[in-house]
Write a protein that binds this ligand. Sequence first.
Ligand code: URA
Length: 440
Amino acid sequence: MSKNDFQVYPLIDKKKRGEKLTAAEIKWFIQRYTDQQIPDYQMSAMLMAMFIRGMDTAETAALTDAMLNSGECLSFPGRNVIDKHSTGGVGDKASFVLAPIASAAGVRVPMIAGRGLGHTGGTVDKIEAVHGFKTNLSLSEFSDKLKSEGLVLIGQTPEIAPADRLLYALRDVTATIDSIPLITASIMSKKLAEGANGIVFDIKCGTGAFMRTPKSARALAKSLIETSTRFKKKAVALVTDMNQPLGLEVGHSNELIESIETLKGRGPADLTELSLHLAAHMIHMAGVQKSFPKALAKAREMVSSGKALAEFRKLLSSQGGDVRVIDDYSLLPLASERTAVTASAAGHVKMFDNTLIGLLLIELGGGRRSKTDTIDHGVGFTFHKKIGDQVKKGEPIFTVIHHPHQKDLVKSIRARFLKDALTMSKTKVRTPKLILDQLP
Ligand code: URA
């Protein structure tokens, strides 16, 4: 047996007993699985062993490396190629705001974004509400556009980390998603393959996030930063609140409109603040500004001068999208009916079950129940109240944007929202902090 020829069963057994796997063992296992020489049932057992026993930084880096090298890797010279990654949430449209801001300031932004996953919305699904916008560029078109335009946004391509696609689908059905080393390797394998020289992470934390507590979100942030450092990439992570939708809009077309409004300087406070902070970290990391306060001032200037909006216009145009939507929102698909969901009693908004809000959007058609479902870009929710707000009896908490034939569904959404997704308090509630932590 050659030095790197292993057996499947003893490796599963080794991890099951809590021993550490070597980089060579992990590489062998992942390569064999990607080449379909290891069946799903044995990979599932290995994933469960990894999930239960955990993996240290070296094992996580080895898993990342094996998954990264299962596909193509891009590389862009120069320190100003910086990406951002969000771990996913409800109403999270910050990419549409921060990427043009950073790009307008001189950062090159290569975004390979995701589609909706579970209850969370996807950047790629949202931008596809713009007629003609192409998210399926080839990797060579992606590279060329990054060089010529400085900002490019596409969906996952088959060439990038194919092992992750196979493993993710398996984790999804074997209850092995919410493991910090497995999430780290999954995210990092894709981000490293994109060729960015630095990454700004937005680690969502709360009822609408994979990480429910600040402690677990911080642990994921630490793991992502350690892995980035091992691969010689600069990284910053913000842990941010996901106990309520980001901004006021949840959906596709309506989230895009809110993003464009934010680029015009008229966005809600939380979306504006988070987008500016994330963009400022990218600007600082790229070396465009020497200090974070200067980078933040630069980010603000990109919005107030209209340069960020011009950059978004350029992005739409360069990828075939209808740029007229920026000035005429009626060109985006939006359902015709509006039904307000009102408070059944007075009080203060204490908490939202944000995962349930994401699932209710899927029921309305604004998400997928199965891989082959198509998304209705025109439906959604507009929130009128946030955590900490006072509500009078009968006041609207949110409005459902829907089609005429969905009236019964809207009634059921209203009932479930009021019963299970909203917690009210008789006493005053503090407005929650948006940015909870920053690492390193
Ligand atoms: N996002 C990913 O890309 N991978 C995970 O495992 C979880 C969230």
